[in-house]
Write a protein of this length. Sequence first.
Length: 164
Amino acid sequence: MNSTTIESRVDEFLGKYSPAIEAQLRDARARLRASFPRGFELIFDNYNALVFGISATESTSGAFISIAGYPKWVTLFFLHGIVLHDPVGLLEGQGKQVRSIRLTSAADINTPAVTHLVAQAVRPYAAELLVAPSLTTIVKSVVAKQRPRRPQSKATTLRPGARD
């Protein structure tokens, strides 16, 4: 699949979001891509979210950082976040491995504290990234059944006769 076709698909995926979340997700993706001139951008249009992951290889299991778009926010995920030193306390999550930061703005990615976390996350993959091709985008999966990408209005989520 050529880059024009892939970007057309990305536009289609992003077009499912509200304009504000679409813009934030596009900006966050561009900022993440700018940090990784080599490697693979792996795209997953999943049930819960649209995910842009970075990996030194084409393998899904090689991804170490990602951006995910939800109906009301964009999240930066560190897939091995449990091992990161986070003196500012930005990382959220209680799982065995993954930690995240809910972005208030895509520009959060370029703050010193987040840049420091990204640098730590990439360190184990630095040698592999150096020999990887120029950043190559691959659509890894698209699921047919998905949660709505736009927030549900209260009118559509309340049961008939229910009060606010």
